[in-house]
Every structure is written in C-alpha cells, then in structure tokens.
Design a protein around this ligand. Structure first.
Ligand SMILES: [Zn+2]
Length: 454
C-alpha cells in the first residue's frame, strides 16, 4: 500500500495536468439553466468523458434522459470481493449573472493570491478534477470505481431519478463520494453529514366577499392583510423559535461558529437580533425554520382606500433530520387553520415535501474518510450540516439505501459559489485531492478489516 508521503508526491506530480484539465472544463460555459447553452453542455459532457477514459475507466458513456441534460457514467471493476466506490460531481454550472460584478471573465480561469477565479472553478468542475486527480495519483486500485458526472444539478436534477431508475445498476456501490460541498474553513476539512428537508406552502386569508371603503367600514370590519399579518406572527414565539406544535428539533456540534461570524456572513444590520435559542449550528442545521418568501397584496404605490378582502403569503418551511416530512407538513397546515385570527377563512395549499437527510456515520468508509482528511490537512475534520436541501443527495441516498454516503467538497467560506468572482483555494484543492487518493487507497483494507472483525 502506498504511504501517505508517496501519495502526497504523486498528487503533487499530477496537479499541473489536473489544473490544465480543470481550466479546459471551465472554458466551456455549461450553464444548465440557459436553454441556448445545450451545445455547450453537450461539449462539456464530451470533454468529461474523454478525461474519464484517459483516467483509465472503461464503459464510459454520455447518457441523456429525455428532457434532461447529459450525464457521464464510467466504471472500472475492482478485484473480486473488493468494495465499489461511486464518485459523483456535476459538470453544469450556474449562470455568470451580471458581468459587471466580476473582476475578470467568468469563463476564463485566472489565478490570483492562491485562488483560481472562474464560474465553476469550485462548484463543481473542481469536483470532477478532484476525482481525476485521485485516480491519476494511484497506479493501482484495489477497489471498483463507478463515476457519475451529472449535467443538471444546478437546476435541481430534474431527470436524475429517471437516470438512476434506468442506469442505476451500473452505478451501484458500497461507498458513495459526493464531491459538491464545502469544508468548514481554510485549514479545517469537513464531511457534510446532514441536510434539512422542507416544503413550500401558500396560505390565503379571506375576510370579506369584496373590498369596501375603509373609512365607512374600518374599525369593526377586519381586512385580510392585517389578519394575514397576525397569522404569520404566530409562527414564531417570543424568542424567535418556530412555534408549531409537533415539530421536533435536534442538536448539532456547536463547532466554532460565533454570533459575530454569522451576522457578518448573513449581512445582518446592526441592532437586528439573531432568532431562536440553542447553539447556532443547531438552529441552522437541526431545527425547523419558517420564512415568509412572498406576499400577494395591493402594491403600496396604487393601494386603494379599501379594506382588502383577501391576501396570501408563500412560506418556506425547513425541517431537520429525524423529522417526518409529511407529519411536519400536517402540523404546519393544522397550525395555520387553528390560528386563523378573528374567524377569518384560511386555505392552505402545500407542495410536495422533501425529506431531510442524515448520513450514517458509523461505518468503515466514514472512519477511513475521517482518517484520510485528517492526514491530508493535518487537522481533524468536523461533521457539518447544511440548512437547505440538495436534491441529488436525496435521490442517490434513496436509490442506494445501503451505501455509506460521504459528502465531501473543495469549497471554503470564501468560495462564493453561485455568485460573482467564484473561486477555488488551490492549496485546499490539493489537500482534498490527497484525501480522496488516500481514501481510495485505504478503503479496501478498511473493508476487509471490518469483515475480519465481523
Ligand atoms: Zn454544486
């Protein structure tokens, strides 16, 4: 088995070629939300498939489900009895947005202060480059490797469930490495171990059959917008915690996230208070959250002098791992009906809930991944959560329920994925490549040890 030092040298040796290939991928503007970019996405998929073939995978194929963007699959069988690892990344990117916000051309990578700036430099073309680096650095592999490079992650993976239904047998694995997340900060690696689920709903409040003069009727007759405001005000208690009966909350390692850091990251105004109780990480990752994301009401500019008969709001509800998504949705809907102010009529329409995700972190692949990250960084990895949902994680976890799922990544808090001036920290990138090479090199041993101890 290669020593960590040998692998460190091997990763450093392949880094220039990996950087060149990453640059070439970045120069293809594979923006999946842009209908006019389908030719670029096709070229991007072809480029990825050539790189996978050159990295020694066979059965490389560009696949494309009706109505979706092309994904690239590849595989290389391992020795009999060896575990199989599925490596995931995505080759599509977010649009560049307003070019005036970029210091340089978003699709021409440029290095500055140890970071590589471009759209997709991190999210997630670096995820592809990470897998290539690990495969290139290892002469022999004693695990089987399957690769899935998706082409529509940035638009919510609309055809991934069908792709997995049609071709999932070729991707089946004991261990799945999803390289599309973030490390805790520069110098501290992380595994993302939980994602909140959630749903949207629209609540409509009606108080009148029609609008009436607010001078003639105002006072005893309620308007719907005030009633809606009172209903929305019942969603949180006086501390700012979600006040829906029946919703659960869990706990998360507090790590070293401070009020000051979170306030700065979120751009909170001076004097505005943080909401809720418990550690910040538990409020962000393992507690429910409800926000009002839109309201339909007469616009201020042209508001008539009437009592408004109806008003509606769109709510975004986040639910933590461990929560039953359907039960949570029922609880919120029941709360809205039972808290209708002044006997107002309340109707609620809710979208399909997305289930939360919690990784099983007690298996041999987790132990091997933690050891690999610690060795590559010289710092212990943390378990981190994500407050939002990531559709592909849920779809892959549901398709391969027995696999150990490792959510890794190359990002750091300054990456600015999806924003202008996205960038990749090149030192962190090389450490991530070494960690994945170490993981692939040691997984077979971790597996056979487990079998002997079983
Ligand atoms: Zn991504």
């Amino acid at each position: 088995m290669a020593s960590a030092d040998d692998l460190r040298v091997a990763v450093a040796r392949v880094m220039p070629s990996v950087r060149d290939d990453l640059a070439a991928l970045i120069r293809i503007p594979s923006v999946s939300s842009d209908p006019s970019a389908s030719e670029s996405i096709r070229r991007s998929a072809e480029a990825v498939s050539s790189l996978l073939r050159a990295a020694g995978l066979d059965e490389v194929e560009v696949l494309h489900v009706e109505g979706g963007h092309p994904a690239v699959l590849g595989r290389r069988a391992g020795p009999t009895g060896a575990p199989t690892v599925l490596l995931y990344a995505h080759h599509d990117v977010q649009p560049a947005g307003d070019l005036r916000d970029w210091a340089t051309d978003p699709f021409e990578p440029i290095e500055r202060d140890g970071r590589l700036f471009a759209r997709g430099a991190a999210d997630d073309k670096a995820g592809i480059a990470l897998h290539l680096a690990a495969l290139r650095a290892l002469d022999d592999l004693d695990v089987g490797v399957n690769v899935l490079i998706e082409g529509e992650e940035e638009i919510g993976s609309p055809t991934l469930d069908r792709l997995l239904a049609l071709h999932g047998d070729r991707l089946a694995a004991d261990v799945i490495v999803l390289a599309d997340s973030t490390n805790w900060r520069v110098g501290v690696p992380a595994l993302t171990t939980s994602l909140r689920g959630g749903f949207n709903l629209v609540v409509e409040v009606r108080t009148l059959r029609h609008a009436v003069h607010n001078g003639v009727y105002g006072g005893p007759v309620p308007d719907a917008l005030t009633a809606l405001a009172r209903l929305l005000a019942t969603l949180h208690d006086e501390h700012g915690d979600v006040a829906i009966a029946g919703l659960h909350r869990g706990s998360a390692d507090a790590l070293d996230l401070t009020d000051e850091q979170l306030r700065a990251d979120a751009g909170m105004l001076d004097g505005v208070r943080l909401l809720g109780t418990g550690t910040l990480t538990s409020r962000l990752w393992t507690s429910p959250a409800i926000s009002v994301s839109g309201i339909d009401a007469p616009p201020v500019e042209t508001a008539p002098m009437t009592l408004t008969p109806s008003a509606r709001a769109k709510l975004t509800v986040r639910i933590p791992p461990g929560e039953d998504a359907d039960a949570a949705q029922h609880a919120v809907v029941a709360h809205l009906h039972s808290h209708a102010p002044w006997g107002a009529s309340v109707t609620v329409s809710a979208g399909n809930p997305v289930r939360p995700f919690a990784a099983r972190t007690g298996g041999p692949a987790y132990a091997a991944a933690r050891a690999a990250l610690a060795e590559a960084w010289g710092a212990l990895p943390v378990d981190a959560g994500v407050g939002g949902s990531i559709n592909f994680v849920r779809l892959i976890a549901e398709r391969f329920p027995d696999a150990e799922i490792l959510i890794t990544g190359v990002e750091d808090p300054d990456t600015r994925a999806h924003s202008a001036n996205e960038s990749l920290h090149l030192g962190e990138f090389e450490r991530a490549c070494l960690a994945e090479a170490l993981l692939l090199a040691r997984l077979a041993t971790a597996w056979s040890d487990r079998r002997e101890n079983a």
